[in-house]
Write a new protein. Structure first.
Lengths: 184, 173
């Protein structure tokens, strides 16, 4: 079993500095910290586990190759996830099965007064929510998953889905409302 | 019923669900949730979503690490072979030769081609076997970095600046 390394205590910024100098331990730690998020972001776009794993891997390679171009305007995580999203969209374009539905064609939004079933907490309900999540338009689905699964800010979500911070907020709340509507 | 401040609280619910709020903001959310059923229901939805959060397949982390290591070793081999002295692994210098070198090489190649046609020489026929060999021959390592934007550019990739200058001089001379 691998022993805990000093890299585990460092913030991403310090790891990025080390990785720029070719430190393999720093790269390993960055992979450890962010591979799950990378996978989920890719999965949110591709909806295919194998493809998402490939996209996550390719995105890490591109990110490490391009570290010299990383200026630190955003966090490494946001930057990486943006690369993941681009990679996943590129894969979608290649296979030609993109079916994006924008907010403008989304269905009517409920009043927000719906009730959520009491039994949502169990695994069966979680599975149901997962299926319903997949029925949301892409931008809403991504806004919800990036906020709820990854805890990204609306600004970060906007950067990833190619919209403004305000539009990311609207997509998130519309997505949540639609989910509440569907589970009630 | 939705009380005043629900919008602000709902913006914070994902961080609250992930345990990422500081204690002060967390206390505000907690207090609000005890008195607002609507936000409470939204919170339960977020918890159900979190319970459905997909995890990466087993071995993905190791797979990515292995691939990164592979690339680093490849970069080191290039460096050790003297083709990329000073290259930091995975942080490559431009893989393309300078624009002037490519332009000069293109002019030379074009001139040679025109010269062949001008002299009335026929271009030697390339047999099927030779084509097959060329196709089967592995591309230079540098091709792995190629985005396919400039066909043929990797041919120059392995050359140092000095070698490239020598080549240009040789072609021009």
């Amino acid at each position: 079993m691998k022993e805990p390394s000093s890299e585990g205590l460092l913030p991403d910024e310090a790891l990025v500095d080390r990785a720029r100098k070719g430190d393999p331990g720093a790269m390993d730690e960055l992979v450890k910290r962010h591979h799950a998020s990378a996978f989920r972001v890719a999965l949110g776009i591709l909806r295919d586990e194998d493809g998402a794993a490939d996209a996550a891997q390719d995105a890490f390679l591109k990110a490490f190759r391009g570290l010299s171009g990383f200026r630190g305007d955003a966090s490494f995580r946001t930057w990486l996830l943006t690369i993941v999203a681009n990679e996943a969209r590129g894969m979608l374009r290649k296979v030609g099965r993109r079916k994006e539905t924008g907010l403008e064609v989304a269905g009517p939004i409920a009043s927000g007064q719906e009730t959520v079933e009491d039994s949502l907490e169990n695994a069966e309900e979680a599975e149901r929510v997962k299926i319903l999540l997949g029925e949301l338009p892409e931008k809403q689905r991504l806004a919800v998953t990036l906020r709820v699964f990854e805890g990204l800010s609306f600004k970060e979500v906007g950067a990833l889905i190619g919209s403004s911070e305000g539009a990311a907020r609207v997509n998130y709340h519309h997505g949540i409302r639609r989910l509440r509507e569907m589970v009630s | 019923m939705s009380g005043q401040g629900c919008d602000g609280i709902r913006d914070l619910l994902p961080e609250w669900a992930l345990g990422a709020l500081d204690s002060e903001a967390g206390a505000k959310v907690k207090e609000h949730l005890t008195s607002c059923g609507d936000c409470g229901m939204e919170m339960r939805l977020l918890q159900a979503l979190l319970a459905s959060r997909p995890e990466p397949p087993l071995g993905l982390e190791d797979r990515i690490r292995a691939r990164v290591t592979e690339e680093m070793e490849g970069a080191r081999r290039v460096e050790a072979s003297g083709r990329g002295a000073g290259v930091i692994p995975l942080v490559r210098r431009s893989r393309w030769a300078p624009a002037w070198a490519l332009s000069a090489a293109a002019v030379v190649v074009l001139s040679l081609g025109i010269g062949v046609i001008w002299n009335g020489e026929t271009v030697p026929e390339i047999g099927e076997e030779a084509i097959q060999v060329a196709v089967d021959e592995p591309l230079p390592e540098a091709w792995l970095w190629d985005d396919g934007l400039v066909a043929g550019a990797p041919v120059f990739d392995g050359l140092t600046d000095e070698q490239l200058e020598a080549l240009i001089q040789e072609l021009e001379g």
